[in-house]
Write a protein that binds this ligand. Structure first.
Ligand SMILES: [Zn+2]
Length: 90
């Protein structure tokens, strides 16, 4: 009787392992290249000085121009005092 019991357990475990793992679809999120460099008016991220060609994570519209930034943090820093950033980057 004990043998039958352990056999049952083995079968249960085996049937569990037979369940194919559900593979999640791989979504490649290319966050850094969602904005083309040609659409922004600045060559460098004003906040950190990184060239926008390295990848634009976020953009800001200011006085009719579009500025690209590597991240939302850099954009937010720019938007806090955009004029002083523009002055410093003339
Ligand atoms: Zn930056």
């Amino acid at each position: 009787m004990k043998i039958l019991q352990s056999l049952l357990i083995v079968l249960l475990i085996a049937s569990c392992n037979n369940a194919a793992p559900v593979e999640k679809p791989v979504v490649t999120k290319d966050e850094t290249h969602k904005y083309p460099v040609s659409m922004v008016d600045n060559k460098k991220d004003f906040s950190c000085g990184m060239p926008v060609s390295a990848g634009i994570g976020d953009t800001a519209h200011y006085k009719g121009k579009v500025y690209g930034f590597c991240s939302t943090e850099c954009k937010d820093a720019f938007l806090e005092k955009p004029d002083s950033f523009l002055q410093a980057n003339k």
